[in-house]
Design a protein around this ligand. Structure first.
Ligand SMILES: Nc1ncnc2c1ncn2[C@@H]1O[C@H](COP(=O)(O)OP(=O)(O)OP(=O)(O)O)[C@@H](O)[C@H]1O
Ligand SMILES: [Mg+2]
Length: 268
């Protein structure tokens, strides 16, 4: 009797549930939580250089979920890695809550990432020698939480995804889908303001995948900013906006809300 379905909350129109209350008319302009300004990333040098991202400008506000779509090799993971401070731009600026990541020392960047950014990687990156709860609690512990506190938070995050019973299992004792959901719990634990997910539903059946998106959407509605890489239109439908990449360039954006400055600005 686990995985209890919440009564009646079917995502008939998943696109913009963040507006459903209609009572939070923010007057003061909020700076975007995530800002990429004319960002280029070139891998390698000389003849073998690959421009994975080419002059991308993108802003994501708190309470906003942006989906990134595009063919394989178009730069989606590169964009996500740059947004999370896991990779550095060759040129241009990446800011989280106004802080320019390029100006931070490695140790400060690592701290900002632990506190502010939750990432679900395309290849999960769970640590094999740690249980699910330990994997989830690790970033909290690194950030100074006590073992007890980080475990409580880890168990809460597992609860959110209906995975409490996996707490003490190691990654190789879980199915691919379960590992994926643990990786998602790890990204959501604590109070990270920016949640980045690279194909987080790849190994999941469609019902479980929807559940994961629902949790992500909820987290964004609670105030986080989210960036979701996906190949599936029905998953992108959970986002407020969809950005399309091709050959490292933003070629289109849809579902733009009425505030023009949340628009993705073409670089030229
Ligand atoms: N470390 C690297 N060294 C060299 N080239 C790289 C590196 N990482 C990515 N690339 C190249 O940059 C481009 C963008 O890669 P990226 O991983 O961002 O694509 P993607 O859109 O996430 O693709 P997929 O849908 O297959 O995950 C590709 O041409 C890729 O080969
Ligand atoms: Mg990728």
């Amino acid at each position: 009797m686990t995985g209890g379905q919440r009564s009646g909350a079917a995502p008939v129109m998943p696109g913009k549930p963040s507006q459903q209350g209609g009572q939070s008319e923010e007057v003061a302009p909020q700076p975007p939580l995530l800002e990429l300004e004319n960002v280029t990333r070139v891998h390698g040098e000389g003849q073998t250089a690959v421009t994975a991202l080419d002059g991308v400008t993108l802003r994501v506000r708190s309470g906003e979920l942006v989906a990134v779509m595009g063919p394989s090799g178009s730069g989606k993971s590169t964009l996500l890695n740059l947004a999370g401070g896991l990779d550095r731009a060759t040129s241009g600026a990446v800011r989280i809550a106004g802080t320019d990541l390029g100006a931070l020392r490695p140790r400060d960047l690592a701290r900002l990432r632990r506190r502010q950014v939750g990432v679900v990687f395309q290849d999960l990156n769970l640590i094999p020698s740690l249980t699910a709860a330990e994997n989830i609690g690790l970033p909290l512990e690194l950030d100074g939480d006590s073992l007890g506190r980080s475990r409580r938070n880890a168990l809460d995050a597992l609860d959110q995804l209906g995975l409490r019973e996996l707490a003490d299992r190691y990654p190789d004792q879980m199915s691919g889908g379960q590992q994926q959901r643990v990786a998602i719990a790890r990204a959501l634990v604590g109070s990270r303001q920016l949640v980045l997910a690279d194909e987080p539903t790849g190994a999941l059946d469609s019902t479980t995948g929807e559940g994961v998106l629902r949790v992500l959407r909820q987290r964004v509605d609670d105030g986080a900013a989210g960036l979701l890489v996906t190949h599936e239109a029905r998953h992108a439908a959970w986002a407020d906006r969809v950005v399309f990449l091709r050959d490292g360039v933003v070629v289109d954006t849809t579902g733009v809300p009425d505030t023009p400055d949340t628009l993705l600005e073409p670089s030229t």
